[in-house]
Design a protein around this ligand. Structure first.
Ligand code: SME
Length: 179
């Protein structure tokens, strides 16, 4: 069986044997893509205790499947959100509680579905190319927000309740395996 890591000598023997090394994605519709992707992301993080590695792979998997403009995580550290693993252009490093779409998701403990970022009061424009956005909170076992998953598009109204449904499912997978 092929080794997953390179160089193989860097990997623990048990870590490199039986995991998929690529995503298998064939669906063309949005829901179909999520249905294919989520179990593969769950398999990828199952048994791996390193949070950074897991969030990095999830961000990469979402970008690979959907080609999102920006996808990544902001982690709660004391009274701020701090940029975590992401895919896309460089972004703001810190966001305050209740600030922007991400800080609002944290404060309100719920998903923010934003069809037009310019119409969202206090939106933080890390990139002027970002036109619509969805931010989903990820809760720890005590029900506190531990991080938010932020996905940006360079198209207006690119996210809908299908994205919300599956990204919230993904947040539960992250909670189950990583928090
Ligand atoms: N737009 C976000 C800031 C993060 S960037 O989009 C990556 C917000 O308003 O919170």
């Amino acid at each position: 069986m092929k080794q997953k890591c390179y160089p193989p000598s860097k990997c623990a023997a048990t870590a490199c044997t039986d995991m998929a090394e690529t995503l298998s994605l064939s669906a063309t519709d949005k829901a179909g893509k999520y249905k294919e992707l989520l179990p593969q992301l769950e398999a990828l993080i199952t048994g791996e205790p390193e949070l950074t590695a897991n969030l990095a792979n999830i961000a990469a998997g979402l970008r690979e499947a959907f080609g999102f403009f920006w996808v990544g995580f902001y982690l709660v550290k004391n009274d701020q959100l701090v940029l975590g693993p992401f895919q896309g252009p460089v972004a703001c490093t810190r966001i305050g509680f209740g600030k922007g779409v991400c800080g609002t998701s944290w404060a309100e403990k719920r998903t923010q579905l934003v069809p037009d970022v310019d119409a969202f009061p206090g939106h933080i424009a890390c990139s002027s190319a970002s036109k619509s956005e969805i931010v989903v909170p990820v809760f720890n076992q005590m029900g506190e927000v531990a991080m938010v998953l932020d996905v940006d598009s360079d198209k207006l109204a690119d996210f809908d309740t299908t994205d919300q449904q599956y990204l919230e499912q993904l947040a539960q997978i992250i909670q189950k395996h990583c928090l």
